[in-house]
Design a protein around this ligand. Sequence first.
Ligand code: NAP
Length: 252
Amino acid sequence: MKTQVVIIGFGTMGKAIAKAIAKKDRQIVIFGIDKDKPNMKKIIQKVSEADFIILSVKPQDAKEVIMGIKNYLNKKTILISIMAGVSIKELIRLSGHRKIVRMMPNLGLSVGQGIAVWKQTGLSSLEFKKAKNFINKISDNFEIKNEDTINKVTAISGSGPAYFFLLADSLVKASSKLGLNKNESRKLVEKTLLSSALLGNQGDYASLIKKVASKGGTTESALKVFQKENFSGIILKAVVAAYKRAQELSNG
Ligand SMILES: NC(=O)c1ccc[n+]([C@@H]2O[C@H](COP(=O)([O-])OP(=O)(O)OC[C@H]3O[C@@H](n4cnc5c(N)ncnc54)[C@H](OP(=O)(O)O)[C@@H]3O)[C@@H](O)[C@H]2O)c1
C-alpha cells in the first residue's frame, strides 16, 4: 500500500516539503490542504486514511486546524508538526492524539539542503523506524531528546536562512552605494554566499577568516569595523530574541 500523506497548510514550507518528498519517493501520495480547499468530505477521507499528517500552518492557526481534524484522526496516524513554538504537550492537548513528532526543519529543504531536528512521543519501535525513514525523505535531520532544544534550533537553523538573506541584502545595498549596479551586486553577493557555504566545512571559521584577511589589508579594515560595532553581539542578541519568542509561543 502506498504511504498516504496529508499536509495541512500548503504555504512556503508545506509546498517545499511536498516537493522534497515527491523528488525522493514517487510512491508516496500527498494531499495538500489550504484554506481555499473547502471540500470537507475529501479532507475528512484523506485525514482519516493518512499515514502521516504534517501540520504546516502558522502557530496561531494551530488550534483551529487541529480542532477541525481531531475527530477524524486515525489512531495509527503519525502527526508531524513543524510549527515553531507549539509544544508536544499542546499538540496532545489539542488533538487528543498520541503519536506525535515535533520537527523543526528549515527552508533549505526546498533545494535539497535542509537541516531538521525532531522529537517524538508515543511511537512504537516500528513506527519510529517508519517516521525516521519518512523524515529522511524530507531533509537531513537528527533526533533530539530535550524538547527545549527545538526552540534553540528554531533560533539558529529554522530562522537562520533569513539572517543570511539579511546579510546578503545589506551587502547588495552596500555594493550599490559603492556604485555597482543591482545585477552586478547580486551576482557578486550570491556567488560569494554560495562559495563561502561550500568552503565552510574546510576548517574552523577563524582559520577561514584568516585565509581571506591578510594583515593590514582590506578585509582586516572591514573586520575591525564589525568588531567595533559588536557584530557578534548583535547576532547573539537576535538569536536570543528568536529563542525567547519560540519559548513564549511554547508557553502559550
Ligand atoms: N518558513 C520557514 O522558513 C519555516 C521554517 C521552519 C518552520 N516553519 C513553520 O512552518 C509553519 C508554516 O510556515 P510557512 O512559512 O510555510 O507559512 P505560510 O507560507 O504562511 O503557510 C501557511 C499556510 O497555511 C495556510 N492556512 C492557514 N490557515 C489554514 C487552515 N485553517 N487550514 C488550512 N490551511 C491554512 C495559509 O493560508 P493563507 O495564506 O491563505 O492564510 C498558508 O498557505 C509555521 O508554523 C512555521 O513556524 C517555517
